[in-house]
Design a protein around this ligand. Sequence first.
Ligand code: IMP
Length: 218
Amino acid sequence: MSVSEPTRDLARPVTVESAWYATPPTGSQSGDIAQVILSEEQINARIRELGAAITRDYWQAAQGGPLLAIITLRGAVAFAADLVRAIDLPVELDFISASSYGSHATTSGSVQILKDLDSDLNQRHAIIIEDIIDTGLTLSKLITMLDARQPSSMRVCALLDKNKPCPARDDPGRLAYTGFSIPDAFVVGYGLDYNQRYRNLPYIGVLKPEVYAADAEA
Ligand code: IMP
């Protein structure tokens, strides 16, 4: 059973507009957030669209067995938990952990696989669920590694994309589903962290530069 061409109207990223930026709602961590770039409501609405697109594209393929959702730890957990519930098909979950960041807000350039999948990918239809594509280094490394296991198909669904040139982008069928195209800023919330913090914010926001500065001085 094959996968349909990506549903382009729903799968194309929504570009985040600066007019949407808002001041963070009050809360214990919100003092560290400069601006909210995506509210909980905007994220939820977009996830419903992505879920509908995936449901439509994998309807036929799912007749042959459940879709395998490959969830990248830890940043994609919040997104994946909501996305898989917006997919109206049988879905199995598995987790993989790859790291290209240390505790700093810039890429180190190297990628390490910290936890591999438990499932056999051979002859499966799989979707990698990613939180954010920055340099795309982590994703490219993952794709190369997982392609060697010969899945029937393997597309990527990323919540956020900073739109930088990356090898995974050379194959348009691969980055099939993207939530939002965002400016090149370091963002936190809805699974994304800085030094393991802010993952539980329900929105996505830009961290105040003084938060990094305080850490750099410490
Ligand atoms: P890449 O390899 O440069 O695309 O980065 C991949 C990983 O870095 C993502 O899966 C995130 O975990 C992390 N990352 C990249 N940009 C951000 C950001 O703006 N905020 C938080 N984490 C980020």
